[in-house]
Design a binder for this molecule. Sequence first.
Ligand SMILES: CC(C)(COP(=O)(O)OP(=O)(O)OC[C@H]1O[C@@H](n2cnc3c(N)ncnc32)[C@H](O)[C@@H]1OP(=O)(O)O)[C@@H](O)C(=O)NCCC(=O)NCCS
Length: 131
Amino acid sequence: MSKISEYSELVQTQHINTAGTLFGGNMLAWLDLAGVKAANDFLKETDAWGVVTRAMDKVEFKEPVFLGDWVNCESKVIRTGSSSLEIEIKAFAESKDHGQRLACTANITFVAVVRNDEGKLVKFNHNLNCE
Ligand SMILES: CC(C)(COP(=O)(O)OP(=O)(O)OC[C@H]1O[C@@H](n2cnc3c(N)ncnc32)[C@H](O)[C@@H]1OP(=O)(O)O)[C@@H](O)C(=O)NCCC(=O)NCCS
C-alpha cells in the first residue's frame, strides 16, 4: 500500500473566477502538482528523472472553493504499470468560515521518464508495484 502525500495551496485573489470562486483551471494545476508529489515520493529510490502527466481522468468539482480557503490535497498511488502510475487525488477545502469539505477529486496517470542521449525525456520502466 502506498503512502499518502500532502500538498497545500492558499486561495488568493489571483485564483478567483468571475463567479467569485476558485477558477477550475487553478484547481487542475494544483491536483496535477499534488499528483507529482505522490509520484516523486513513490519513485524516489529509482533512477527516474521525474514524471510527466499522461492523462487526467474522473475530475470532479464537488463543492465551490472560496477566497481565503486552504486547499489541502491528499494523493496516493493506486495502480502501477511498467512506466506509468495512476494517482488518486482528493482536494479538501478548509476555512473558518466554510469548514472542511471534499471539494475536488481526480485520478491522474503519470509516466516515469529519464533523459536519453539527445536530452529528450523518454519513458522509464520503474519496476515498482503499489500493492
Ligand atoms: C509520456 C511519454 C514520454 C510516453 O511516450 P511513449 O513512449 O509513447 O509511451 P506511451 O504513451 O505509449 O505509454 C507510456 C505509458 O502510459 C500509458 N498510457 C498511455 N496512454 C494512456 C492513457 N490515456 N491513460 C492512461 N495511461 C496511458 C501506457 O499504457 C504506458 O503505460 P505502461 O508503460 O505502464 O504500460 C509521451 O507520451 C509524452 O511525452 N507525452 C507528453 C507528456 C506531457 O507533455 N505532459 C504534460 C506536461 S508534464
